[in-house]
Design a protein around this ligand. Structure first.
Ligand code: FES
Ligand code: FES
Length: 160
């Protein structure tokens, strides 16, 4: 009997560092991150592209890790919530969510924060409408969104 190796090498950048993983090309990115790479910050809510809890950035754009396959990462730059502490903007974002009481159970937060990070890189001082629009794909069952929008529109960083 011949055993077929169904895995393949996938090369990408993960939170600024180059990585190569051997995996089934059709492994979901959320499983690759959480189970194979130990990055459990990204959460799976619905698993069907509805809630945004699994949002990561791929080449700076918000993407749903529950709908992406490992092979789609080849050659791309992936950022997860674990990277937020690496930059003044990321730290400012986390601090703003805390300062404005925007976190309750916290399950939606990794996805919210990554979507907000992409927005703030493009528009450092978004108004409430822009923040609402950007976050419209991220669902929260706890907060009622007002404090989340407060936080995203008032992020301060240590550097200008
Ligand atoms: S877990 Fe991916 S969108 Fe809900
Ligand atoms: S804080 Fe609980 S789902 Fe958003």
């Amino acid at each position: 009997m011949t055993l077929v190796d169904a895995s393949a090498a996938v090369n990408f950048s993960l939170n600024g560092a180059p990585v190569t993983v051997r995996t089934a090309p059709d492994r979901r990115v959320i499983d690759l991150l959480r189970e194979d790479l130990g990055l459990t910050g990204s959460k799976e809510g619905c698993g069907t592209g509805e809630c945004g809890a699994c949002t990561i950035l791929v080449d700076g754009e918000p993407r749903l890790a529950c709908l992406m396959l490992a092979a789609q990462l080849e050659g791309h730059a992936v950022e997860t919530v674990e990277s937020l502490e690496q930059t003044p903007l990321g730290r400012g974002l986390v601090d703003a969510f805390e300062a404005h009481g925007a976190v309750q159970c916290g399950y939606c937060m990794p996805g919210m924060e990554m979507t907000a990070l992409a927005l703030l890189r493009q528009a450092p001082s978004p108004d409430r409408e822009a923040a609402r629009r950007a976050l419209s794909g991220n669902l929260c069952r706890c907060t009622g969104y007002v404090k989340i929008i407060d936080a995203v529109t008032r992020v301060r960083t240590e550097s200008p």
